[in-house]
Every structure is written in structure tokens, then in C-alpha cells.
Design a protein around this ligand. Structure first.
Ligand code: CMC
Length: 393
């Protein structure tokens, strides 16, 4: 009853109160649980940030150790699930594999009903964060036809992931602390971003009291879209296209042309109307890391040129379109040796703590099942009069 207000795509509607993440889109500020991201990337590891998001505070030394132990204990994938990987077609996108596999977790670990989750949120969170990393690395190994590498207890979260991705019996992987540091930074910066599309999916689907794995799988599906997490892969594809063509200005023109669907991927944001603070950090790290490891990526030059051309063009200036988190991320992933079709999977791994934190906040609150209203604009009975009369019984 009463009035229904129309707000397509929820441009102006707050759907909840939240204590997790603060974004100021005008000033370019992002804080997790009150702590600026700039501080977090300097002084914490991803696992601590995951704990911060889910529990509300940074862990003490003992809490961190316990959480790491739980991540280790829960890092193995049920052996029977390994066979699943054999039946995806070669070339299947790892994001599709990941969302399917996460859904299947509910069958292998059925104790994820709401009640047991509330009792044991630590274990379920640790299992998800840890096991999804194992799945992601297995999916990659499968895609290149190499044997999987199991997680190791002696490695940190990010080092473990890199090792599972790149170690092989014939080519032992050397873990570089600098690569681990960069991955930590990327994961921290992607760990949460309040009510974005995938988090909204998680909250909406979770509100029906769906089990956590199915809920997270919905988040992953939402994230895979090119307007959301899929943008990091789309950016690299775009930069490759511009590099091959050589004419940056042409693509700037295309992006401005309303009759052309081409957009500058990695540019623009629903909330940020200034430089995305995550992109600012990633750009700086990208420049420094590539220089330090003497890695010359022509796409970095293309990206810089595109950014400069866009930021001096009235179209982008008037619309406040700046590079977002995805613009330089892919270049760093390439430098780490991560293939393009894994970029969005990396985003999903990093966003897991955020999704879990929002899910936990949602089920712990007063939330009712999400059920938006609509404004009906279809046919009236007057317009359909006679349609049924002509039908035989
Ligand atoms: N290239 C060219 N024009 C753009 C772009 C772009 N990347 N982004 C927005 N615009 C224009 C748009 O055409 C519109 O122009 P006009 O006012 O003349 O109609 C105006 O700017 C406002 O754009 P919008 O589409 O109404 O804005 P939105 O808030 O609905 O969309 C967005 C936000 C991120 C989906 C959009 O900027 C976009 O498609 N960007 C490219 C994809 C991308 O980089 N996505 C990653 C987002 S950040 C990470 C994440 O969410 O996962």
C-alpha cells in the first residue's frame, strides 16, 4: 500500500545500513571499517583485511594465527570435486567454472544452513576464502593441461596462490616476495566496495536464506559482467586492440560516439566522480613494479596515452570519467604472469571477504527478504477485452 517510488538501477536508493565500507565518491575516499585503504595497503596483509571486513576489527596476533590456521586446514578441495574439472569443455571461462564449483560446494559441505553458519562463521568463512583460491588455481591448471598443485601449509595466502598457479614438476616456481606484495595490494584494494552489483546480488539472494555457497555463486555471476568485474579483462583486450591499431585518438572518438557501443573500459564509475582512489594506488604500484622487475609492457604506454587523452577531453571531463580500479590492474596481473581469462577470477577471490561480511551483516540484522516493487505499465483489461472470448474451452 502507499506510494511506490521509481528508482531504476537504484541510483538513489540506499537498501541498507552498513558498518563495513565507506565510499565518498566526490572526494575519492575509501575506508574499510573506518580505516583508509592507503593505510591498509601499507601495513596489512590481505588475510588481515579479510578478517577486518568479516569481524569488524583487525585481528590480534593470536587471532591472525588462528585465522591462518583455519585457512590452511580448509584449503583442500574435496577430492571427488576434482573430477568436475574434467568435464568442462576446454576453453571454458574460469569464471563459469568457478561459479558452478562454488554452487557444488553446498552438496559436499552441506552444513551451511543459516543456523550452523551463525554458530561457526569463522570456519565457513575460512573454508570459502581458502577453498575458492584452490579451485581457481585448479581451474587454471586444468585449462593449460597441467597437473594441479596442492596448497602448502608453510606459505602465506597470496604466496600459496601463486605457487598453485605456477609451480610444476618440470618448472619449479620461485616465489618472489615482491610479487606476493603486489598481489596482496591488489587483493586488499578489491576486497570490498559497499553496495556494488555483485554485493547487492549477494544481499538480495542471501535474504531468501539461501545457503552461503549458492549466495556467493550469485555474486560471482554478477561480477563476471564486463560492466563490473569483467572490466579488468575487457580493459586489456581494449588496450591490445588500440595497440594493434596505433591510433589512440580514434578510440577516444569512438568512445564518445553515442551511436557506437564502444566505451573506454576501465573508465567511469557509478559512485566516483573523481579519480578512483584504488586506481591511484594501482597506477603508482604498476609503474614502480614494472620498472623494478625490468618488465616492459607496451600496453602500459598505451594505457598512459589513453588516460591522458581522455582526461584532457571535454567529454570525459564534463562527465567526471576517470580511470577506475580496473584500468591498471590487468597490466599488473600480466606482469605477475596471470593470463587474461583469470583476471576476473582474481577479482572474485579478492572480493570474497567483502561478500561474506555483507552477508553476515545482512543475516545478523533486521533484513526482510528483498522484494522490490514495480510500476506496472502493461496492458489493461480494457485493452485485452475479447482476447479470451475467442478461445475455445
Ligand atoms: N566510456 C565512454 N563514455 C562513458 C563511459 C566510458 N567508459 N562511462 C560512462 N560514459 C558516459 C555515458 O555514455 C553517459 O554519457 P551521457 O550522459 O552522454 O549519456 C555518462 O558517461 C554517464 O554514464 P552512465 O553509463 O550513465 O554511468 P553509470 O553510472 O550507469 O555507469 C559504469 C558506470 C562503470 C558502468 C560505466 O562508467 C561504464 O560502463 N564503464 C566502463 C566499464 C567499466 O570500466 N566497469 C568497471 C567499473 S569499476 C569496477 C567494478 O564495478 O567492478
Amino acid at each position: 500500500t502507499g506510494y511506490v517510488t521509481l528508482d531504476p538501477s537504484f541510483m538513489n536508493t540506499a537498501a541498507c545500513y552498513s558498518q563495513i565500507t565507506f565510499v565518498d565518491g566526490e572526494r575519492g575516499i575509501l575506508r574499510y571499517r573506518g580505516i583508509p585503504i592507503e593505510e591498509l595497503v601499507r601495513k596489512t596483509m590481505f588475510v588481515e583485511v579479510a578478517y577486518l571486513l568479516v569481524h569488524g576489527e583487525l585481528p590480534s596476533e593470536e587471532q591472525r594465527r588462528n585465522f591462518s590456521t583455519m585457512l590452511n586446514l580448509n584449503s583442500m578441495l574435496h577430492e571427488d570435486m576434482r573430477h568436475f574439472f574434467d568435464h568442462f569443455p576446454r576453453g571454458a571461462h574460469p569464471m563459469h567454472i568457478l561459479s558452478t564449483m562454488i554452487n557444488a560446494l553446498a552438496a559436499f559441505y552441506p552444513n551451511v544452513d543459516l543456523k550452523s553458519m551463525e554458530d561457526d562463521i569463522d570456519v565457513s568463512t575460512a573454508r570459502l576464502i581458502s577453498i575458492v583460491r584452490t579451485m581457481a588455481a585448479f581451474a587454471y591448471k586444468k585449462s593449460i593441461g597441467e597437473p594441479v598443485v596442492y596448497p602448502r601449509h608453510d606459505l602465506s595466502y597470496c604466496a600459496n596462490f601463486l605457487n598453485m598457479m605456477f609451480d610444476s614438476p618440470v618448472r619449479p616456481y620461485q616465489i618472489h616476495p615482491e610479487a606476493v606484495r603486489i598481489l596482496n595490494i591488489l587483493f586488499i584494494l578489491h576486497a570490498d566496495h559497499e553496495q556494488n552489483c555483485s554485493t547487492t546480488a549477494v544481499r538480495a539472494i542471501g535474504s531468501a536464506q539461501v545457503n552461503l555457497y549458492a549466495t556467493i555463486s550469485a555474486g560471482i555471476s554478477a561480477l563476471s559482467g564486463p560492466l563490473h568485474g569483467g572490466a579488468n579483462q575487457a580493459v586489456i583486450e581494449m588496450l591490445q586492440m588500440i595497440h594493434a591499431d596505433g591510433d589512440v585518438k580514434k578510440f577516444i572518438r569512438l568512445a564518445k560516439d553515442r551511436n557506437n557501443p564502444f566505451r573506454l573500459m576501465g573508465f567511469g564509475h557509478r559512485v566516483y566522480k573523481t579519480y578512483d582512489p584504488r586506481a591511484a594506488i594501482i597506477k603508482k604500484e604498476c609503474d614502480a613494479y614494472l620498472e623494478r622487475i625490468h618488465y616492459k609492457d607496451p600496453l602500459l604506454d598505451v594505457a598512459r596515452e589513453v588516460e591522458e587523452a581522455a582526461l584532457t577531453d571535454p567529454y570525459f571531463v564534463e562527465r567526471n570519467l576517470y580511470p577506475n580500479v580496473d584500468f591498471y590492474t590487468g597490466i599488473l596481473y600480466r606482469a605477475l604472469g596471470i593470463p587474461e581469462n583469470m583476471f576476473t577470477v582474481m577479482f572474485a577471490l579478492a572480493r570474497l571477504p567483502g561478500w561474506v561480511a555483507h552477508w553476515k551483516e545482512m543475516i545478523g540484522g533486521e533484513t526482510k527478504i528483498v522484494r522490490p516493487r514495480q510500476i506496472y505499465i502493461g496492458k489493461t483489461p480494457a485493452e485485452t477485452a475479447g482476447v479470451m472470448e475467442s478461445r475455445e474451452l
